[in-house]
Ligand binder design. Structure first.
Ligand SMILES: Cc1cc2nc3c(=O)[nH]c(=O)nc-3n(C[C@H](O)[C@H](O)[C@H](O)COP(=O)(O)OP(=O)(O)OC[C@H]3O[C@@H](n4cnc5c(N)ncnc54)[C@H](O)[C@@H]3O)c2cc1C
Length: 379
């Protein structure tokens, strides 16, 4: 049993951490103000291979390597969970089904430019009336003259406002049994325009989450990923590993909150000593550290299983569920340890607290992760 990163992964981690601090760090405030992700960050990350960690060299990547992907997500999210979410979409759910099931032409047009950071991806599954029960999606597409015509809308879609293309799940057969009759289309925004309406939200202000509206949106049949009606099955192949990456985002937030709380507790004097000298605060910090370490084990174990080609569905759900709940507990305790300052906008823990909440919701809520785990262990 080896719990250490390889020397290559250690070097990679150093590069990620330096990039996060020096390149991503200065972009956090402006993007939080604008409510949008800074797209130049993908181009800069691509030069170092960060956007291609899940894909082979043939398509411009440097993987597939889930441990490296988790290192990217953890490192970036220590600086900004918004950036972390944008990276998960770009590198995983917004491109992986094209890699696994799409034609070479789709890979050339969309996957390769996404890996180079030249095109921004979005992923549209959730709808105004359909969330956790994704198999019931309503947004429909009908065939007409070598094209699909999409009508309907998608909800809470990350980075949609910035996107150049979106992988969209549409219903192509309303009479098919549950889980069937769903098709994945790559919608090129220039060729098949769609409207995006960014939503005002509690946190994750550095990336938009938008409603996306398709009105008689015509998409060429060759933009279909794989076979018609098989979309839901394809999605499961990408949503499962992607939970490891959301776990890594949560781990980044949990660690950032712990670090900020520790630094503040060491410097803040009350009752003539640093508050880190009060036993109650020491115990809070001990719990935060312990849970962050456990979240790290869960995330990298799931990533390791993925790299070994072993089954990882249960572990991906466990790490997403546990790390996102730790991120929430740590961010809450970090605010508490900062006292009044923790409630003020300039204090980074205030942002961690708001951002952490999203992580128990996106890509399957905590309740749904518990459903998945219980189904896998009880059958
Ligand atoms: C910031 C943000 C970004 C997002 N980005 C994207 C994106 O890029 N692409 C995309 O497609 N979606 C995205 N989403 C949507 C996200 O995946 C959904 O919000 C999530 O899957 C939950 O769906 P819902 O919001 O419709 O809640 P619902 O499914 O309506 O659930 C409401 C509540 O009921 C609970 N619940 C539902 N069913 C069950 C059950 N069977 N057992 C127990 N409890 C249950 C849920 O856990 C939740 O607490 C994003 C959401 C947010 C907040």
């Amino acid at each position: 049993m080896d719990f250490q990163l390889s020397s290559e992964h250690r070097l990679f981690k150093d590069t990620v951490d330096r990039f996060a601090k020096e390149v991503a760090g200065p972009l956090v405030e402006p993007s939080e103000e604008k409510g949008l992700f800074p797209r130049e960050l993908f181009r800069k990350a691509a030069v170092l291979g960060f956007t291609g960690v899940l894909y082979p060299e043939k398509y411009g990547g440097c993987g597939p390597d889930m441990i490296a992907a988790a290192l990217v997500l953890e490192g970036i999210s220590r600086i900004s969970a918004s950036f972390g979410i944008a990276f998960v979409v770009q590198c995983s759910v917004g491109s992986e089904t094209i890699y696994r099931f799409g034609s070479e032409r789709l890979k050339e047009r969309f996957l390769m430019p996404a890996i180079k950071g030249e095109k921004v991806a979005a992923f549209g599954l959730t709808e105004p009336k359909v969330g956790s029960d994704a198999a019931s999606l309503i947004c429909k597409a009908v065939r007409d003259n070598g094209q699909y015509v999409i009508n309907g809308s998608k909800m809470f879609i990350s980075n949609a406002h910035m996107s150049d293309f979106a992988i969209v799940a549409v219903r192509t057969n309303k009479d098919a049994p549950r889980g069937e009759g769903v098709t994945l289309l790559v919608v090129d925004r220039e060729e098949s325009p769609y409207e995006t309406h960014p939503l005002k939200k509690m946190g994750l202000h550095g990336v938009d989450a938008s409603e996306v509206v398709f009105e008689d949106c015509r998409v060429p049949v060759e933009n279909r990923i794989g076979k018609e009606g098989r979309g839901f099955e394809y999605l499961l192949h990408t949503l499962t590993p992607s939970r490891i990456l959301i776990g890594a985002v949560a781990l980044g937030v949990a660690r950032a909150a712990y670090k900020a709380a520790l630094a503040y507790a060491r410097e803040r004097i009350q009752f003539r000593k640093p508050i880190s000298g009060h036993q109650v605060i020491r115990h809070k910090l001990a719990n935060m550290w312990m849970e962050t370490e456990l979240a790290e084990l869960a995330v990298y174990r799931a990533a390791w299983l993925y790299n070994q080609g072993k089954s990882h569905a249960k572990e991906a759900s466990i790490c997403k569920l546990f790390a996102s709940e730790v991120a929430n507990r740590n961010a809450g305790e970090a605010v508490q340890i900062h006292g009044g300052y923790g409630y003020i906008k300039e204090c980074p823990v205030e942002r961690y607290f708001r951002d952490a909440k999203s992580l128990t919701i996106v890509e399957g809520t905590s309740e749904i992760q518990r459903n998945i785990i219980s189904k896998l262990i009880i059958q």
